[in-house]
Design a protein around this ligand. Structure first.
Ligand code: ADP
Length: 735
């Protein structure tokens, strides 16, 4: 048997360890750690008392120490229960048991200390072999009660840990196994002590070792292990591949994803320059991989082209020293395939869009060509016919022809904006000009219907504004045309104001009100939808396509502007248009005057040029006739041809002042003919103007880029044609 001295030395060492443990747990704030600290403190008291018992000089002091030791076991049991319940997250049970157990423990402690007075728990006996006093229990009823209480308390805690151990899944079991083992050993040792009625409780020597184990296990090992296991589990379930290398480029970790996609069984196969690692990481410096890699992966159902985006990162410590590196592989095979599909779809859509644009260009060209002839010839009838009845018929043809042209323009505009091909042409303009143009265009229509068309323009609007004058005119004309179309009595008023925001920016506000049929509340929502005419039954007799407001809205969006409508059925509507514009001249524009050129009844040529020579090239003879007729009174010498090659030959023999060239002709077309003429150095000083039915947005620029001096779209008006020639004919030839 071990001697008393060994017992004392071992337990003193235990005490030191326990004090260290208490200090280590001192700064932990978790509920279980607080209980653990108190548990170790109570155990330390018990161990100290045992040490004293072993070296007690008198029987009475040995008995007091024995009482302290016995009492401390009550508190060890109490805090052990607290520790178990907190550690296993049994908060509710902790709350329920706290007070009853505390009261019982206090009572038991008191009863133990009454032993001194009542002497009913322990008896003192003297060991024969060394003559020292040792205290030992007797199986009296208070002592048995004391044992039952302590074991019941420990038992509850023990059951909770066993339940937690069985209930927990996977790596969470680790959390409880060690605590369970340590406490089991303690209980077993205590039972041995009881069973053999040993003079000294050797089981307390294990308290220090147990405390240390529980401290290390619950505070360090378990949380770290849980984190490690959880991370491992998470990385294995990750939908991305993870490969880690140490500083010497040895692979230290691969997750399930890598095993699955690259068929790797063992980490030792993952040398950095082995297959398949090579496909992933080699080829670049290990630090520079961030790329999409095409990797052919051998799958169950044959080889498959997989695509991975490879991300590379270095692992560093807190001092920024390299610890290794890791690769993250994002599988983007599906994304890549979708990308390809999307790319194909986009190309397909672009092709379709191009086909649409081509169709529009062709349609526009094909329709404009005959309209050109109709309107041109019709203008000749109006100019030259003296029979009023026939002139009236011709004027009707002119009006219908212009409507048809407006329709084609609307459809073209709409598809241009939709295709994002509408460009704004920003220039300086004067607001009065826009208003006068609109008035000029629309007043006759209003007068015909017996409507008033008023314009109220703020005098303080800056004289020079910058914006797309033509598009603003188009917007205002659209809305005012509607006002006239949908009003039977009264009239339309256009009010223009301007908010000056700063030296360079202003906001133009147009308020166009009519006294017409109005728009009902439910129709407001679809007012700006393309091809949508509201209230069809009421408006059946009013011509329109339902495109005007859609284009207006789109144009305004393009200009960062907006439009608002207020309307009352049978009372009228107010359209408010807001357009941000630049300011180029701050001077006030002044009073608006309606001085509109009174339309002359008869046509009068704007100039004559009997010495000027013009060549007209167009494959449609009717178009040539139109130009000839429109220019008849100017007395210009006009040569014509329907063929590019012939035009080229003609240029060899004659010098023309201006050449009017069609574009779409059978080989060579207008552009090729122009090139031939220019390359040959013929008619160097003459201006070649393209006169084409191609009115798609942007073509003007293209024509100018290939070398045409200017652009005119068909159907051409006599007035426009004369203006253009006045600009390009030599001044000395104009009379
Ligand atoms: P439309 O070519 O039919 O005039 P719009 O896009 O210009 O096409 O207008 C769409 C619809 O909005 C019209 O069909 C008409 O019913 C209604 N609308 C537009 N302006 C007015 C207005 N000033 N008064 C009454 N209804 C209007």
């Amino acid at each position: 048997m071990l001697s008393r001295e060994v017992f004392i030395v071992l337990n003193l060492i235990s005490l030191v360890i326990m004090v260290i443990c208490v200090r280590l747990v001192a700064n932990k704030t978790e509920g279980f750690a607080i209980r653990l600290r108190r548990l170790i403190m109570a155990a330390a008291v018990g161990v100290s008392a045992c040490v004293y018992v072993a070296m007690a000089p008198t029987a009475i002091s040995a008995e007091v120490a024995f009482c302290i030791y016995f009492g401390s076991l009550d508190w060890v049991a109490f805090y052990l229960l607290g520790f178990f319940l907190k550690y296993t997250n049994h908060q509710k049970l902790y709350k329920i048991t706290y007070w009853p157990v505390l009261i019982m423990v206090v009572c038991d402690t008191i009863s133990i200390f009454l032993n001194l007075v009542l002497g009913h728990q322990f008896s003192v006996y003297k060991l024969e072999f060394d003559g020292e006093f040792y205290y030992q229990y007797t199986y009296s009823w208070p002592y048995i009660l004391h044992l039952i209480l302590d074991y019941a308390v420990i038992g509850i805690g023990f059951i909770t840990i066993v339940i937690a151990m069985f209930k927990s899944v996977s790596f969470y079991k680790i959390k409880y196994i060690c605590v369970f083992s340590v406490v089991s050993v303690l209980i077993a040792l205590n039972m041995v002590y009881l069973a053999f009625s040993m003079p000294l409780d050797w089981s307390v020597t294990f308290y220090a070792f147990g405390s240390m184990l529980i401290y290390y296990y619950s505070i360090h090992y378990t949380p770290q292990n849980l984190i490690g296991s959880a991370i491992k589990r998470a990385t294995n379930e990750m939908n991305e591949g993870l490969i880690m290398f140490d500083l010497d480029n040895n692979c230290i970790y691969i997750n399930e994803f890598i095993r699955k996609y690259f068929g790797i069984m063992d980490i030792s196969e993952c040398k950095i320059d082995s297959i398949p690692m090579q496909t992933i990481v080699v080829g670049d410096d290990i630090g520079n991989v961030d790329d999409i890699k095409q990797i052919v992966v051998e799958g169950k159902d044959g080889n498959r082209d997989e695509r991975f985006r490879v991300h590379f990162s270095r692992l560093k410590n807190k001092k920024n020293k390299d610890l290794g590196a890791y690769f993250r592989l994002e599988r983007i095979t599906d994304e890549y395939e979708n990308m390809i599909l999307l790319k194909n779809a986009r190309e397909e859509a672009n092709r379709a869009n191009k086909a649409k644009s081509d169709f529009l260009a062709n349609m526009s060209h094909e329709i404009r060509t005959p309209i050109n002839s109709i309107l041109g010839m019709n203008e000749m009838v109006i100019r030259e016919c003296d029979d009023e009845q026939i002139v009236e018929y011709a004027q009707n043809i002119q009006s219908a022809g212009n409507s048809l042209l407006g329709l084609i323009n609307d459809i073209l505009d709409f598809s241009k904006v939709e295709a994002g091909k509408m460009d704004l042409v920003i220039d300086t303009y004067n607001i009065h000009k826009i208003l006068r143009d609109a008035l000029h265009m629309l007043e006759s229509r209003a007068v015909e219907k017996g409507l008033k068309l008023d314009i109220v323009c703020d005098e303080n609007i800056p004289m020079g504004l910058s914006g797309d004058e033509n598009r603003i005119r188009q917007i205002i004309t659209n809305i005012v045309t509607n006002g006239i179309k949908y009003t039977k009595e009264g009239g339309v008023t256009v009010k223009v104001e301007c908010d000056i925001l700063n030296d360079d920016e202003a906001r133009l506000v147009f308020e166009i009100s009519d006294t017409g049929i109005g728009i009902s509340e439910e129709n407001m929502a679809t007012l700006f939808s393309a091809f949508h005419r509201v209230d069809e039954s009421r408006n059946r007799n009013i011509e329109g396509t339902g495109l005007g407001l859609a284009i207006t809205k789109q144009l305004l969006e393009l200009m960062d502007g907006d439009v608002f409508v207020e309307s009352e059925v049978n009372k009228g509507s107010v359209f408010t248009v807001i357009i941000p514009q630049g300011i180029t001249d701050k001077k006030p524009v002044g009073k608006f005057s309606r001085t509109i050129e009174v339309k002359k009844n008869g046509y009068k040529e704007s100039f004559t040029a009997p010495t000027a020579k013009v060549l007209v090239v167009d494959d449609v003879p009717m178009n040539i006739k139109v130009v000839q007729a429109l220019l008849k009174k100017t007395q210009i010498n006009i040569d014509t041809t329907t063929n590019g090659n012939e035009a080229f030959e003609m240029c060899k023999n004659k010098k023309y002042d201006v050449i009017l060239m069609d574009h779409m002709m059978p080989e060579p077309d207008g552009i090729a003919t122009l090139k031939m003429i220019r390359e040959e150095g013929l008619n160097k000083d003459s201006c070649v103007i393209v006169l084409t039915a191609n009115a798609i947005n942007g073509v003007e620029k293209e024509y100018l880029e290939v070398g045409f001096a200017d652009y005119m779209s068909k159907p051409v008006k006599g007035e426009v044609l004369e203006k253009m020639l006045m600009k390009y004919l030599p001044k000395d030839k104009l009379e």
